[in-house]
Write a protein that binds this ligand. Structure first.
Ligand code: AMP
Length: 287
């Protein structure tokens, strides 16, 4: 069966209602398109969990989550290629609305997830970003009304923010996290990798390598977050093309910074490689 492409909120609601009336559960995979294996692993997980259910993938480059100096205009877009890839993963419908379908000019309602989740990591470097993410995902949840929604651990802070939004607002959706998919050499897949020159692409490998070194330290019993951060900084700073924006060791659930590794922790970083901003993280068990 060929995949459906829907452009309007009204038609999306009709399709979702029709699926529900056939007794199907609905899974949603929100993306900004320029699909790679990372996105497709979310679609695979959705398809697997849904069995006969209805799998919707949204493709929407959300202006509200980009800052004025960020890359909204140059963000890669390839709807035709994306639709083919989505279809090959068994996605039933692609929802690709225009900005006008998703936002009115005078929109005055936004979703703000406060507390520790949005204090550190990317939040201070991208003011308004998580508000933009939470708002668009809330809109998508209202339009599609999925039973389950799939997000990547690659964007670890985003995953926690969405989980908290769904919990706090009593949204009837299960938010499912999916492990990060990497290139064979370890680079975390990202639509933004397309912007990297060959040299930058090679330099960017240091991010995963530094995180792997940090994980080894943790596995060998090092509990000192400062020592782990220092080791990551040392490694990344040796790479001239990469400028570290932050590296933090946080509790994996609350995202509060840790002095000492304890329980499940996330080591997360962001860096500029040329003009491209990349993020990556690793989860470690601190015992
Ligand atoms: P984006 O299109 O970048 O907004 O990403 C859409 C979804 O795909 C988000 O939930 C991301 O966390 C997820 N995603 C992006 N890259 C990866 C990756 N390399 N592995 C797993 N999930 C990813």
């Amino acid at each position: 069966m060929a995949l459906d492409i829907v452009r309007t909120v009204a038609e999306m609601r009709q399709r979702a209602a029709a699926a529900r009336s056939r007794g199907l559960t609905i899974a949603l995979v929100p993306t900004m398109g320029a699909l790679h294996e990372g996105h497709l692993s979310l679609a695979k997980a959705a398809r697997k969990d849904s069995k006969a259910g209805y799998v919707v993938m949204s493709i929407f480059v959300n202006p509200a989550q980009f800052g004025p100096q960020e890359d909204f205009e140059r963000y890669p877009r390839d709807l035709a290629g994306d639709v083919q890839k989505a279809e090959s993963e068994g996605v039933d419908l692609v929802f690709a609305p225009s900005v006008e379908e998703m936002y009115d000019r005078d929109d005055a309602t936004f979703v703000e997830v406060g507390g520790t989740l949005t204090r550190g990591l990317c939040a201070p470097f991208r003011p308004g970003h998580f508000r933009g993410v939470a708002t668009v995902v809330a809109k998508l949840f209202n339009i599609v009304q999925p039973d389950r929604a799939y997000f990547g651990e690659k964007d670890y802070q985003q995953l926690q923010v969405i989980k908290r939004m769904a919990r706090d607002l009593r949204m009837p959706v299960e938010v499912v996290g999916v492990p990060t998919v990497r290139e064979a050499d370890g680079l975390a897949m990202s639509s933004r990798n397309a912007h990297l020159s060959q040299e930058e692409r090679k330099a960017a490998l240091v991010l995963n390598e530094a995180l792997m070194a940090a994980r080894r330290m943790a596995q060998q019993g090092d509990r000192d977050a400062h020592a782990i951060i220092a080791e990551i900084r040392r490694k990344v700073e040796a790479e001239a093309l990469v400028r570290l924006q932050y590296v933090e060791v946080c509790d994996a659930a609350t995202l509060e910074p840790l002095e000492r590794l304890q329980g499940r922790a996330v080591i997360a970083l962001a860096a500029a490689v040329g003009t491209t901003r990349l993020i990556d993280n690793v989860i470690v068990e601190g015992g």
